[in-house]
Design a protein around this ligand. Structure first.
Ligand code: 3PG
Ligand code: MG
Length: 410
């Protein structure tokens, strides 16, 4: 898919102040980053801007910041990690106000090739709230710090937030460039090609807990793919829509009609829609999630009333793996079962393995599916693992992402 947006290759940043919105929303445990994927993914753009003599001002959100600014959601650990990875000091502006005196001073002291990181953008309430209500002062202050703006925060690109899209209006007002970075380009190239221009057969695999979260993804992918595979918790609503007993399994009761509609649509379009044919069942959800659990496998049309389906069964694993074998493009979003539990990870492992073994282009939606792939050791076997959870889903829905829309056209 041709992304007709200005990129970092289209601008000359020498001596210019460049504000770069990244998605450094990384998982932290006791102040230690437990998965650096998003930081690594941001490096190519940052290095390019350093090498070109730009003054690189990085910003990002971290966490939800529900109770206001706090040290636990400070970006300090990210600054430290970036310094190590870039082999040069990344000056961290720790001020909870993000913009303002401290930031302005730090920017003024920058030389070509220097890098600073601003504090968590969500420490400013105006970052997230609808601009009409909160005002656009924060976006304007961010723009004041820079000459040009680069959005490389694919994982946040579905949010029309101050630092993701509103800021571009102020950069534009003063004649600066708004462009996308290499990570954005790569994500959009893989996800965009898969959906709009796939090498066929194109197999889409959806899992995860709820049908309700993926209504538009199901609908859009059904139109684009050749085979749609549905596993995970969301499969049970489909199974119930077929009239099966699903016991205590997850079910979106209000979405049963929707599932019927989708099954009818698949038939009308001549698309293959694959559902589980056997299911791993237990007395209930494991508590804690990785607790030992007794699992038996039954036909998916015969789940006992007092049992809960928690994984796909071995026959389904084979069915899904065979569909993947004949594919040339595979998009996967959402685990097939409770993969955090070793006994219930078998279905997710089988699908990950099938993707790892094929020569097809394999694209993994972010969030849980990316975590599952990496945790199960298949990460480096995939063509592309998206750094965006919600963003990749909205992309697969066919929605325009505010962070992409806001960049200048070429
Ligand atoms: C993510 O982790 O999905 C992105 O960083 C977006 O975070 P958010 O869902 O809190 O906006
Ligand atoms: Mg996911």
């Amino acid at each position: 898919m041709g992304l007709n947006k200005k990129s970092v290759d289209d601008i000359n940043v020498k001596g210019r102040r460049v504000l770069v919105r990244c998605d450094f929303n990384v998982p932290l445990k006791n102040g230690v980053i437990t998965d650096e994927t998003r930081i690594n993914a941001a490096l190519p753009t940052i290095k390019k801007l350093i090498n070109d003599g730009g003054k690189v001002i990085l910003c990002s959100h971290l966490g939800k910041v529900k109770e206001g600014p706090n040290e636990k959601e400070s970006l300090a650990p990210v600054a430290k990690s970036l310094s190590e990875k870039l082999g040069k000091e990344v000056v961290f502006v720790s001020d909870y106000n993000v913009t303002g005196e401290a930031a302005t001073k730090a920017v003024a002291a920058m030389k070509e090739g220097d890098v600073i990181l601003l504090q968590n953008t969500r420490f400013r309430m105006e970052e997230e709230t609808k601009p009409q209500k909160a005002g656009t002062k924060f976006a304007e202050e961010l723009a004041d710090l820079a000459d040009d703006y680069v959005c490389d925060a694919f994982g946040s690109a579905h949010r029309a937030h101050a630092s993701v899209s509103v800021v571009t209006e102020y950069i534009k007002k003063k004649g600066g460039n708004n462009c996308v970075g290499y990570l954005m380009q790569k994500e959009i190239e893989f996800l965009g090609n898969a959906v709009e221009n796939p090498v066929r057969p194109f197999v889409a695999i959806l899992g995860g807990a709820k049908v309700a979260d993926k209504l538009n993804v199901i609908n859009n992918l059904l139109e684009k793919c050749d085979t749609l595979i549905i596993g995970g918790g969301m499969a049970f609503t489909f199974l119930k829509a077929k009239g099966y007993e699903i016991g205590k399994s997850l079910c979106d009761d209000e979405k049963i009609d929707y599932c019927k509609e989708m099954m009818a649509k698949a038939e009308k379009l001549g698309k293959q829609l694959l559902l589980p044919i056997d299911t791993g069942i237990a007395a209930g959800f494991p508590d804690p999630i990785d607790a030992p659990i007794d699992v038996t496998y039954v036909d998916s049309s015969k789940i006992p009333a007092d049992k809960e389906g928690l994984d796909i069964g071995p026959k389904t694993c084979e069915l899904f793996a065979n569909a993947v074998k004949s594919a040339k493009t595979v998009v996967w979003n959402g685990p097939m079962g409770v993969f955090e539990n070793p006994t219930l990870a078998k279905g997710t492992i089988a699908v990950a393995k099938a993707l790892a073994e094929t020569d097809a282009t394999t694209i993994i939606g972010g969030g849980d599916s990316a975590a599952a792939c990496n945790q199960l050791g298949f990460g480096d076997k995939m063509s592309h693992i998206s750094t965006g959870g919600g963003a990749s889903l909205e992309f697969l829905e066919g929605k325009a992402l505010p962070g992409v829309v806001a960049a200048d056209d070429k």
